[in-house]
Design a protein around this ligand. Structure first.
Ligand SMILES: [Zn+2]
Length: 125
């Protein structure tokens, strides 16, 4: 079975492109795009326009719902670790993946498994 989903853009059906025209002869309409995957907005929008339309309509409410930033945030040594990897083919496999601290520039080796584990971090805040 196909696993198609609709673009979440609030105005997707208003953009008059050939691929949006659907329906039988004499009963054609522009319709919301339907795909197995989308490139934008975490696989929810067919285009940047549709993503922006959604944000213009709902962004404020979404930010209020999930928590608006109301005070300054700080990047410190304790939360400056980012994962990175060396793409060069001559790099020793055991040194391919690493944590890099954006403040101190310290490097710490990572296994590929740790690199791919999105919950694995050295950051403490
Ligand atoms: Zn769309």
């Amino acid at each position: 079975m196909s696993d198609l989903k609709y673009c979440q853009g609030t105005k997707c059906h208003l953009y008059k492109t050939q691929d949006r025209i659907k329906g039988t002869k004499g009963n054609k309409t522009y319709q919301t795009r339907r795909r197995s995957s989308f490139y934008y907005g975490g696989n929810n929008f067919c285009s940047l326009n549709c993503q922006n339309d959604w944000f213009n309509d709902f962004g404020d409410k979404a930010i209020d719902h999930f928590g608006r930033t109301t005070e300054v945030k700080h990047l410190t040594e304790e939360n400056a670790w980012v994962k990175d990897y060396d793409w060069r083919s001559n790099v020793d496999e055991s040194h391919r993946y690493y944590f890099l601290n954006g403040i101190t520039k310290e490097r710490r080796p990572l296994t590929e498994e740790q690199y791919n584990d999105h919950n694995y971090t050295l950051n403490t805040s």
